[in-house]
Design a protein around this ligand. Structure first.
Ligand SMILES: Nc1ncnc2c1ncn2[C@@H]1O[C@H](COP(=O)(O)OP(=O)(O)OP(=O)(O)O)[C@@H](O)[C@H]1O
Length: 315
C-alpha cells in the first residue's frame, strides 16, 4: 500500500509505489529525489533511532544558503564558537556539506580523524564544550573528492545523526550544502520527528543570491521547517582607517532587508566584509578571538543572541 506524505502534491503515487519520484506528478515536488532514491519506501527504522538519539539534543538549527560562497560555513563555525562561549552549554556542529566540507579547515581540524567507540563515532573536540563531526574527517586527504549519488549521501547523513556519540547537547548546528539537494531532504526526513528549531539562511546583498534565497524559503515552507531568519553577509566594507562604509556588492533590488519584508521573515543582521575573516578561517582560528572589536564580530554576536532568543521561545 502506497504511503502518501502530508506535503505531497496532487496525484502523488505514494512512497511505497514503484512510481515514487518518477511520475509526472512528482515533477517539482521537494521530496522527488528522496522518493526516487527509494529511501522512503516503507517506514525507515532509523527515524525512531534518530529520534531517540536526538532526544538528548535540546535545540537543532540548520544553516542554509541558496548559493555557494556566500559565507555559510564561516557563519556556521562562528555560530558554534559564539554559543560555546557559554561554558555551561554543550555545542555540536555537524557538517553535512558532503561534497565540499570546509568546516575542518575553518576550525583548524584538518587531518583529524573520527574514532569508533562502544557508543558510536566520537566527534572531534575544538573545546571541551564544542564537538564537531564532518565528512572531511572520513576522507584520506582534504583534496579527495566525494562523488556520491543521493542514496549514499542519505546513508551518511543517517549515520551522522544516529551513530555519533554527542552526549547531551544544548545546540546542534548543521552546516548544509548550498541550494536544496538530497542532503536537505534527508535531514528534514530524519529530523522531522525530532523538533528542529528552524533554519538560518545566509545570503549576500546581490540579487543573484537573493533569488536563490526565495527558493530556499519556499523549500522551508513546503517541508514545514521554521525560518529563524536571514543573515545578509558581506554587507558592505567598513574602512578600518576612515570608518566609511563602501557597498562592495551594492544591492540592486533592496537587498535582504526588502526581501525579508516582502516574504515576512526576520532579517537577523548584516555582517560587513572584514578581510581578517578569511585570514582567521585559513589559519583555522576563531575570528571572534582574533579580532574581537571588529564591526563584523559585533554584528555576528548580535545575530547569535537573536538565534538564542528564538530557540528559547520555541522550547
Ligand atoms: N563577512 C565576511 N567578510 C570577508 N570574508 C568573508 C565573510 N564571510 C565569509 N567570508 C569569506 O568568503 C569565503 C566563502 O565563505 P564560506 O566558505 O563560508 O562560504 P559558503 O557559503 O560556505 O560556501 P560553500 O557553500 O560553497 O562551501 C571564504 O573565503 C570566507 O573566509
Amino acid at each position: 500500500m502506497a504511503d502518501i506524505p502530508a506535503n505531497a502534491p496532487e496525484h502523488c503515487p505514494g512512497t511505497g509505489s514503484g512510481e515514487a519520484g518518477k511520475s509526472s506528478a512528482c515533477q517539482g515536488c521537494p521530496n522527488q529525489s528522496l522518493c526516487a532514491s527509494g529511501v522512503s519506501a516503507g517506514p525507515d527504522p532509523a527515524i525512531e533511532e534518530i529520534k531517540e538519539k536526538m532526544s538528548a539534543v535540546k535545540h537543532k538549527i540548520l544553516v542554509l544558503s541558496g548559493k555557494g560562497g556566500v559565507g555559510k560555513s564561516t557563519f556556521t563555525a562562528h555560530l558554534a564558537y559564539g554559543l560555546a562561549e557559554d561554558e555551561g552549554k554543550q555545542i555540536a556542529l555537524l557538517d553535512v556539506d558532503i561534497c565540499g566540507p570546509s568546516i575542518p579547515k575553518i576550525m583548524g581540524l584538518e587531518g583529524e580523524q573520527v574514532h569508533q567507540s562502544g557508543s558510536g563515532w566520537s566527534p572531534v573536540y575544538v573545546e571541551d564544550n564544542l564537538a564537531v563531526m564532518s565528512v572531511g574527517f572520513l576522507l584520506g586527504s582534504p583534496d579527495d573528492a566525494v562523488i556520491w549519488r543521493g542514496p549514499k549521501k542519505n546513508g551518511m547523513i543517517k549515520q551522522f545523526l544516529r551513530d555519533v556519540d554527542w552526549g547531551n547537547v544544548d545546540y546542534l548546528i548543521v552546516d548544509t550544502p548550498p541550494g536544496t539537494s538530497d542532503e536537505h531532504l534527508s535531514l528534514v526526513q530524519y529530523l522531522s520527528a525530532s523538533n528542529i528549531d528552524g533554519a538560518v539562511i545566509i545570503t549576500t546583498p546581490q540579487e543573484v543570491s537573493l533569488q536563490d534565497v526565495r527558493k530556499e524559503v519556499n523549500f522551508c515552507r513546503k517541508v514545514k521547517l521554521p525560518i529563524i531568519g536571514v543573515v545578509e553577509n558581506m554587507s558592505g566594507f567598513i574602512c578600518p582607517k576612515c570608518k566609511n562604509e563602501s557597498k562592495i556588492f551594492p544591492p540592486t533590488t533592496g537587498g535582504a532587508e526588502k526581501m525579508c519584508n516582502d516574504l515576512n521573515i526576520p532579517l537577523l543582521g548584516k555582517v560587513p566584509i572584514d578581510m581578517n575573516i578569511g585570514k582567521s578561517c585559513d589559519m583555522g582560528k576563531s575570528f571572534f578571538t582574533e579580532i574581537p572589536d571588529s564591526p563584523s564580530t559585533m554584528e555576528y554576536k548580535k545575530i547569535i543572541q537573536k538565534i538564542q532568543d528564538f530557540c528559547a521561545e520555541t522550547h
